[in-house]
Design a protein around this ligand. Structure first.
Ligand SMILES: [Mn+2]
Length: 243
């Protein structure tokens, strides 16, 4: 089996909420351990991650330990970074055996072609502000500068505040309208390329759409914990943890 999750946002909310989301994710990891061949973490697994050459943010030890264990047992773990955790370095690869990608990926699994993306910064050609912000956030030189000029205590505190703020403004999506840009993107992409399944996170709204392309959207783990499973016959399914 191949499994997909996104938007766990570990570290967001108060201490009790953080523990609960962590516990739910750990239970999920235990559940899939027996039959998982691949685990794809499709972004925003951490509510904020910024990695210095010698320093990583505190926390997440149980999850990181479990991921390392799964990887040691032979599960292939792939992470596509999201808008909250794009500033990864080599720590997750070295410590937990996770293969990292900062861009959408086309994967071949179970005889199917999958287009997997976190879902941020797509269809932003006509949005100059977002494009500039995106370029800034992804700038290697800016990141290098920050990591040498700003003390980790200051920057991680700032990042957590910024993440909380950005999550409040995008919040929990209540309307399928939020999916529209991604649906447009996948529809156009599907005209040019042969894709069996499109998989997205980011919008915090779970949905399984069959027309004009099969598109599956994962929810966030604070309000709507979901995961996608793909079996070896190529059957794909959106699963809700609570029901
Ligand atoms: Mn998110």
């Amino acid at each position: 089996m191949h499994y997909f999750v996104s938007d766990i946002h570990l570290g967001s909310g108060d201490a009790a909420e953080q523990r609960e989301v962590e516990r739910t994710f750990l239970d999920f990891l235990s559940k899939i351990e027996g039959d998982a061949e691949t685990l794809i973490l499709a972004g925003d697994i951490f509510d904020f991650w910024f990695e210095y050459k010698q320093v990583v943010p505190k926390g997440f030890v149980r999850v990181l330990g479990r991921l390392a264990e799964l990887s040691d047992k032979g599960v292939q773990i792939i992470m596509l970074t999201g808008n909250h955790d794009m500033w990864v370095g080599d720590y997750l690869t070295k410590e937990c055996g996770i293969s990292l990608f900062t861009k959408p990926q086309t994967l071949s699994l179970a005889g199917k072609t999958l287009f997997v993306a976190h879902g941020d910064n797509m269809n932003i050609k006509n949005m100059p502000v977002l494009r500039v912000m995106n370029a800034m956030f992804r700038s290697k030189s800016l990141r290098w500068l920050v990591s040498w000029l700003v003390h980790p205590n200051c920057f991680v505190r700032f990042g957590k505040w910024w993440s909380g703020r950005s999550r409040k403004s995008h919040g929990e999506a209540v309307d399928a309208k939020v999916l529209e840009p991604l649906i447009r993107y996948a529809t156009d992409y599907g005209k040019e390329y042969d894709v069996d399944y499109f998989i997205f996170g980011h919008m915090h709204y779970a949905a399984d759409i069959t027309e004009p392309e099969r598109m599956l959207f994962m929810g966030d783990w604070h309000s709507q914990p979901t995961y996608i499973s793909l079996d070896n016959n190529g059957e794909i399914k959106l699963n809700y943890i609570n029901g």
